[in-house]
Each structure stands twice: as structure tokens, then as C-alpha cells.
Design a protein around this ligand. Structure first.
Ligand code: AMP
Ligand code: MG
Length: 413
């Protein structure tokens, strides 16, 4: 049975329904492949890093007390005990009044707690070094365990692996790690008017845009897109393709046919699937209201609006965070992954209360202390507003808009 009316729920409630789906299974991968994926286990440091105190500079390892208060006019004089190599483990103890020449990355001998940069020293010959700058314990040194201490949890399960994290894992000698698998996401475009992009322009037909933009955004979220092409507004065909896509994927996205018109068949197609349920139909965001959440067994199916801009906004605001959730990201729905800038709003911007607005924004002036941003208006069937946009401004459901001159946040897209 087709639903006659939307029962519109808030973005927050829609999100809570999305959160009821559990993450995909786990896999062990080499650390560089874990980049962009989410840890399925805590990472506990197997050792101290660095394993001993190290120098951050070329210079002399000293006991800071011996160089304390030294200046150009009142230098300290120390005996150079050794010239250390970068890969040497110094097996001696620095006695009072002694120093040791040390390269960047070299290990400090016992008894040394600071490094004086070579620029602030002078070799006087016969092993005597003039120290022309005062030193304090810890100066120009990395302490044992400062990057990671033995037994310390360096990353928690649910953490999205960034390139710098891969660097730490490498330094700790961890070559493989357990992450959540990238979900496979089936993508279906629906509509009698749709044609392949290779088709010549013809009045009455529309080239399939959504298959291509959705593919990009699914990949950007870290999942594996699987395209199923165009399906006509024919319930039997749609049911067959949807069943196949559900079978072969962890999540299925349909675009088009998500509203309540005669040819809007997504609800019926989902309802025809095995062990299925429509969990929500309608979300209080604009653009993007006619969005459907359904499931078949434990697999989510999302019916997205056909309008090219609406579907892009729903992808950014709901579906990509959902994909991150399926990938095990504990902060999937937070603003953490969103690059934001502060800007001054150029024009009054009104919004209908009761829905969350995603206003396309153009950054007009970047010079000066704070950039300026202007809302871009236009129909959600046009590609243009998103093409011109540098970002989105979110107007909360309980707000009627923002005044020109006010400070706003722009989510860069
Ligand atoms: P619908 O939700 O099916 O009524 O579609 C709303 C509008 O979006 C219609 O004008 C469709 O032609 C258009 N549309 C639907 N799917 C696509 C698509 N894959 N690419 C481009 N436009 C689409
Ligand atoms: Mg349609």
C-alpha cells in the first residue's frame, strides 16, 4: 500500500532511526589501507615512543644545571665527552661539567636532560665547548614515551584513521589493524524520463545525474558504490532491481519516486521486499523533505528525492554521516568531519520555521578578518545552486532566519 501522506519527522529523529542500524563487519588491513576507515579495536601502545630521551636539534647534550644562566658574555664551559651518532645508544653517564655532541634524533646519554643548539655553542679546541645560552631541563628534547607510553590507549575503537594516525602506527611497529569493512552501497536511479548520459539531448528526457553524484559522495564517505543504472517507473522492474541490490549490498540508495505522486513507487517497492518496513517517510529538512527510510531484514534502504540538489543535500546531511556510522565511526553524526568557517552574512536570510534549512552559500570576500558569505537562491531542480556554492549554512528548525551582518558558520563542501 502506498502512503497517502508524509509523516514528517525531525532531522534528529530521522538520525536516531539511522543509528539503530549496526556497523558492517571487521577486516584486518595494512595500516595505509586503514586510511579513511574506522578502527574496530582500541590501539594500545606496545612500547614507549620514543624508547629513550632524544634530541630535537643538532647540538650538545647537557645537564641543564651545568648550563643554567649561561649567556654570550658569561658563557659556561663544558668538556665534550663524546660525539654521538644518530643511531647510537650511548652507554655512558654524563658527569657534571660534561657534554656530548649530539645530532637531531640522537639518543641522550644518562645524566643529560637538555640539548643546547649548536648555534649557541662554540668549540674552543681540546674538547672544551663554550655554551652561550642558558638551558632548562627538557629543552630541545623529546622525552621517552612522550609520543606514546607503553600500555597507553593511543586510539579508541570508533576512531576514523587519518594520515597522521597511520604515521604513529608505523612508528609503533604496528603494520596491520582491524577496521570496519567499507559498506557496499547500491545506487538505483528511477524515472521514466531518465536516460543514460551518453544519450543525445532530447526534450522530455533527462540525463541521469544522480547515479553519478551519488557515486562520488558514497566514495567520499569511504564506502564502495555499486551502480545499478536507471529503472523505469514500473513496480515490477523496480522490485526486481531493489531485491537484487539489497542482496548484493549493505545499504541501498534509490533516487526519484520518493514523494507521494502516482509514479512514486519507492515506498511500494520497499514494502514488497522480504521482512520489510517503512521506518520514516518525510524529514523536516529543506531541500530534501521527501526522504524515505526503510529496511529489509537488517539492511537499510533509503529512498531519496529525485531533484538533483535535494538529493545532494540529503546525501551530505544524512546519508554520508549514516555511511560513516555503518563504518563504525563513533562521531559519524557530529559536526567533526565538517570543515566549517565563520563568515559574515551579506543578506537577511529567512527560513520557514519547523524545518532545518540547508542554504547554499557563496563566499564572496575572503580578504579581511572575516569572510563574507551570500545565500544562493534557486530551485532544487537546478544544478546551478550547488555549482555556485562554496558551502552550506544550516538554519535550525526553530529559527526564522539570520540577519545580514551577523556571524554565521559555513560548512564548506
Ligand atoms: P521524482 O522525485 O521522481 O518526482 O523526481 C523529481 C525530479 O527530479 C524530476 O524532475 C525528475 O526528473 C528529477 N530526477 C529524478 N531522478 C533524477 C536523476 N537521476 N537525474 C536527474 N534528475 C532526476
Ligand atoms: Mg520520478
Amino acid at each position: 500500500m502506498s502512503h497517502e501522506f508524509f509523516k514528517i519527522i525531525s532531522r534528529k529523529d530521522f538520525q536516531d532511526l539511522l543509528k539503530t542500524f549496526s556497523s558492517t563487519g571487521t577486516v584486518m588491513v595494512p595500516i595505509a589501507e586503514a586510511f579513511g576507515m574506522v578502527l574496530a579495536e582500541d590501539i594500545v601502545s606496545p612500547e614507549d615512543l620514543p624508547p629513550a630521551n632524544r634530541s630535537c636539534m643538532d647540538g650538545y647534550a647537557v645537564n641543564a644545571r651545568d648550563a643554567f644562566g649561561a649567556t654570550e658574555s658569561n658563557p659556561a664551559y663544558l668538556e665534550c665527552r663524546a660525539e654521538l651518532k644518530v643511531d647510537q645508544n650511548p652507554e655512558f653517564r654524563l658527569a657534571p661539567g660534561e657534554c656530548a655532541a649530539i645530532p637531531t634524533g640522537g639518543t641522550l646519554p644518562d645524566g643529560a636532560d637538555a640539548v643546547v643548539m649548536v648555534e649557541h655553542t662554540h668549540e674552543l679546541g681540546a674538547g672544551t665547548i663554550e655554551i652561550r645560552k642558558s638551558s632548562a631541563p627538557g629543552d630541545h628534547t623529546m622525552l621517552k614515551g612522550e609520543d606514546a607510553a607503553l600500555g597507553e590507549t593511543v586510539f579508541k575503537a570508533g576512531h576514523g584513521v587519518r594520515f597522521q594516525d597511520v604515521g604513529l602506527l608505523a612508528a609503533l611497529g604496528i603494520s596491520q589493524t582491524v577496521v570496519h569493512a567499507r559498506p557496499k552501497v547500491g545506487i538505483i536511479s528511477t524515472g521514466d524520463e531518465l536516460v543514460e548520459i551518453s544519450s543525445p539531448q532530447k526534450v522530455g528526457s533527462i540525463r541521469d545525474v544522480n547515479s553519478h553524484t551519488l557515486r562520488c559522495l558514497v566514495a567520499q564517505a569511504g564506502a564502495l558504490p555499486v551502480n545499478y543504472g536507471i529503472v523505469r517507473d514500473d513496480l515490477e522492474h523496480l522490485k526486481a532491481m531493489l531485491a537484487k541490490a539489497i542482496e548484493e549490498n549493505d545499504l541501498v540508495l534509490l533516487s526519484g519516486g520518493s514523494s507521494v505522486g502516482m509514479r512514486d513507487l519507492t515506498v511500494q517497492a520497499i514494502e514488497a521486499m522480504e521482512d520489510s518496513e517503512i521506518m520514516a517517510h518525510g524529514v523536516a529538512i529543506s531541500p530534501g523533505k521527501p526522504t524515505i527510510l526503510g529496511r529489509s531484514g537488517s539492511k537499510p534502504v533509503l529512498g531519496l528525492p529525485g531533484q538533483v540538489t535535494s538529493v545532494q543535500v540529503v546525501m551530505l546531511s544524512l546519508v554520508m554521516p549514516f555511511i560513516r556510522h555503518l563504518m563504525g565511526d563513533s562521531e559519524a553524526f557530529s559536526a567533526k568531519g565538517r570543515p566549517m568557517i565563520q563568515a559574515e552574512l551579506e543578506r537577511n536570510t529567512v527560513s520557514k520555521p519547523g524545518r532545518e534549512d540547508y542554504v547554499r552559500m557563496k563566499i564572496t570576500h575572503r580578504e579581511g578578518d572575516i569572510p563574507q558569505a551570500r545565500p544562493i537562491y534557486g530551485k532544487s531542480g537546478l544544478l546551478k545552486t550547488m555549482i555556485q556554492a562554496d558551502g552550506l549554512m544550516i538554519i535550525p528548525a526553530d529559527t526564522e532566519g539570520f540577519y545580514a551582518g551577523g556571524k554565521i558558520s559555513v560548512w564548506l563542501i
